[in-house]
Design a protein around this ligand. Structure first.
Ligand SMILES: *[C@@H]1O[C@H](CO)[C@@H](O)[C@H](O)[C@H]1NC(C)=O
Ligand SMILES: *[C@@H]1O[C@H](CO)[C@@H](O)[C@H](O)[C@H]1NC(C)=O
Length: 500
C-alpha cells in the first residue's frame, strides 16, 4: 500500500514548558477471532523537526510499542494495535512554532534524500506568560455531537487542551455498529474505536498539546487483571519520577499506578495536577489513607508547588466531587472526603471534572459549604458521547431515587466505584433544592475555555453546541481566592453541620 510514510493517530502530549511528546501510529490494526498478530515495524520512531516549513534541523528518536487484547473466540473482536510511536521533543522554546514530519521508513537507507512526500504538521509551544487560553473537554466519545464540540473547540484556538477522561467509549462496543450486551459487559472492548477516535481528534491534537487524566471507560479490565492497557500504550504521561518515555508498562497489580496520576507545569502561569478517580486503593476504601500512594504523592507534589512560579493551580479529575445531577450522585464522595482537606489547604483554584454528561459550575466550595477556601468545581462531561446527556437534577426529580432514603444500600455505586462514603446535608443525603454553591447548571453538549489573564484573574466560558461556535452560555470571571495556610482549619460551622 503506502511507501512506509503513512502515519495516523497523530497527537501531542504536554510534557513541560520546553518539551512535548509526539505520538502516532503506523501499520493497520488487526481484528480477529483470537490471537491477532502484533504489528511489524515499517517505520522508525523518528520525528524530523525544525523551526520553519520543510526545514528539519533535528531528527529525534523515540520508542515504539503495541498491545494485544485477546478475548479468545468469544467476541470476534480480539485486537492487535497498530505500531504506536512516542518521541519526546525537548529543548523547545515556549511560544515558538515547530514543523514536524513523522517517521522514516525502515526501507529508506540512512542519509537518503527524503523528498517532498511525507505530510508535515506544525504546533506552537504554549507561551510561558499570560494570557493563556486552555480548551477544556471531557467524556467526548465520537458522535456527531462530539464532532460539533470538537469543531467549536478548534475554532476557539486554544494553546493547550485538557481532557478529563472517558476518551473513546471503546468499551461500550462489541463490533463496529453493535453495543456490548449486558451479559458480556466488562471484559470486552472494541478496540478499533480507539483508532477512529484518534483519527477524529488528530486535527486538534496534532497541533495543540494535551493534558489529560483517565476515566472509568479507560479501565478496560482484561481477564488477566491488566487495566488501562490501551490508554497507557497510546497516551503516556510524564510519569511519577519518569523523565522520558522509555517504556509504557500496562497497569498491573504489582505496579498499579504507572501513568495514572501526574503533574505538569508551565512556569510563570500554571501547574496542572491530574489525578485518577479509579485506583486500586479506592477499591480498598482507602482514599486519603496511609495506603493511598496517590494521596501521598499529591501531598508531596502540593508541598513542592511554588505559587510564585505557578500562580494557578488546577486539578484535573474524572468523577466530580460537587454535582447536583442525579447521575453518579455522590459517587466520588470518598475521594472528596479524603482529599479535600489537602486541596483546600494548598489553595487549589479550580477543579475540572467530567463523568456526568452535562455542565455545571460551582462557586468556591468546601465540605458542601460556600467557602472562598475551596476551589471552583467545573463539570464539563458534556463532550457529546454516545451514552447521551444526563438531564435530571437530584433536587428537581418528581420522585427521588430510592438511594436518597437508603444510601447505605449502596445502590448508586457502580462496580468500579464501590465505596460508600455517606455525607449528609441538613439531615438529607440528596438535596431538596439547588444548593447555593451550584452557580450554573445546564444539560447540553459543549466545551469550556479557560483564559488565564494574569496572576489573579481568569475568564471561564462554556460554549454550547447549539447555535454555533461562539454561543457562550456561561461566562464568569474567576478570581483566585485568599486561601493559603489560613484555610487549613475547617470552619467550625461546616464541621459541626456535616454530621447527620
Ligand atoms: C446531536 O447531534 C444530532 C445530529 O447532528 C442532533 O440532531 C442533536 O440535536 C444533537 N444533540 C444535542 C443535544 O446537541
Ligand atoms: C488582572 O486582570 C484583571 C481583569 O482584566 C484586572 O482587573 C486586574 O487589574 C489585573 N491585575 C493585574 C495585577 O494586572
Amino acid at each position: 500500500m503506502d511507501q512506509g510514510w503513512s502515519s495516523w493517530l497523530v497527537h501531542l502530549t504536554y510534557w513541560s514548558s520546553t518539551s512535548v511528546l509526539v505520538s502516532w501510529a503506523t501499520c493497520d490494526a488487526t481484528v480477529a477471532d483470537s490471537a491477532p498478530p502484533p504489528p511489524t515495524v515499517n517505520q522508525n520512531s523518528v520525528v524530523l523537526v525544525g523551526p520553519a516549513p520543510r526545514r528539519h534541523t533535528q531528527a529525534v528518536v523515540g520508542v515504539a510499542t503495541s498491545y494485544v487484547h485477546d478475548y479468545g473466540k468469544l467476541s470476534q473482536a480480539s485486537y492487535a494495535s497498530p505500531l504506536l510511536h512516542h518521541v519526546l521533543l525537548s529543548g523547545l522554546t515556549p511560544g515558538a512554532t515547530y514543523y514536524y514530519t513523522l517517521g522514516v521508513p525502515v526501507s529508506l537507507a540512512a542519509g537518503a534524500a527524503v523528498g517532498p512526500g511525507p505530510k508535515e504538521y506544525s504546533f506552537k509551544m504554549p507561551r510561558a506568560s499570560f494570557p493563556l487560553r486552555i480548551g477544556v473537554m471531557s467524556d467526548p466519545g465520537q458522535t456527531y455531537n462530539t464532532s460539533e464540540m470538537l469543531q467549536h473547540l478548534i475554532a476557539s484556538q486554544p494553546s493547550l487542551v485538557m481532557l478529563g477522561g472517558d476518551f473513546t467509549y471503546a468499551d461500550t462496543w462489541l463490533k463496529p455498529d453493535e453495543h456490548i450486551p449486558e451479559e458480556v459487559q466488562g471484559p470486552y472492548s472494541y478496540q478499533p474505536k480507539w483508532d477512529t477516535w484518534g483519527r477524529l481528534f488528530e486535527p486538534l491534537l496534532s497541533r495543540v498539546p494535551l493534558i489529560h487524566t483517565n476515566g472509568n471507560h479507560e479501565i478496560e479490565a482484561l481477564p488477566d487483571g491488566r487495566r488501562n492497557v490501551a490508554y497507557n500504550s497510546r497516551f503516556p504521561v510524564p510519569g511519577v519520577g519518569r523523565a522520558a518515555p522509555v517504556s509504557f508498562e500496562p497497569v498491573t497489580s504489582s505496579s498499579p499506578y504507572s501513568n495514572l496520576y501526574h503533574a505538569v507545569e508551565l512556569p510563570g502561569v500554571l501547574k496542572v495536577i491530574s489525578l485518577t478517580s479509579y485506583s486500586p486503593d479506592q477499591e480498598k476504601k482507602g482514599f486519603g489513607s496511609s495506603r493511598d500512594e496517590q494521596y501521598k504523592w499529591l501531598q508531596q507534589e502540593l508541598e513542592n508547588t511554588d505559587r510564585s512560579v505557578t500562580p494557578w493551580l488546577i486539578l484535573l479529575v474524572h468523577a466530580p466531587w460537587y454535582s447536583t445531577y442525579a447521575s453518579h450522585f455522590k459517587e466520588n464522595d470518598c475521594m472528596r472526603e479524603g482529599y479535600e482537606p489537602l486541596v483546600t489547604q494548598y489553595d487549589v483554584d479550580i477543579m475540572l471534572v467530567g463523568h456526568v454528561h452535562a455542565y455545571e459550575r460551582t462557586k468556591p466550595v468546601r465540605n458542601y459549604y460556600m467557602d472562598t477556601c475551596g476551589p471552583v468545581h467545573i463539570t464539563i462531561g458534556d463532550g457529546g458521547n454516545s451514552e447521551g446527556m444526563n438531564k435530571e437534577f437530584i433536587d428537581t426529580m418528581k420522585r427521588q431515587p430510592d438511594f436518597c432514603d437508603h444510601p447505605e444500600d449502596g445502590k448508586q455505586f457502580p462496580r468500579d466505584q464501590p465505596e460508600r462514603c455517606l455525607s449528609w446535608q441538613k439531615g438529607h443525603y440528596c438535596f431538596k433544592e439547588q444548593p447555593d454553591w451550584s452557580a450554573y447548571r445546564e444539560p447540553s453538549f459543549g466545551h469550556g475555555t479557560l483564559d488565564l489573564l494574569n496572576k489573579t484573574h481568569a475568564t471561564w466560558s462554556w460554549t454550547k453546541n447549539q447555535g454555533g461556535a461562539f454561543n457562550v452560555a456561561d461566562l464568569v470571571t474567576i478570581v483566585r481566592g485568599s486561601g493559603g495556610k489560613a484555610c487549613s482549619a475547617p470552619p467550625a460551622a461546616a464541621a459541626a453541620a456535616s454530621g447527620r
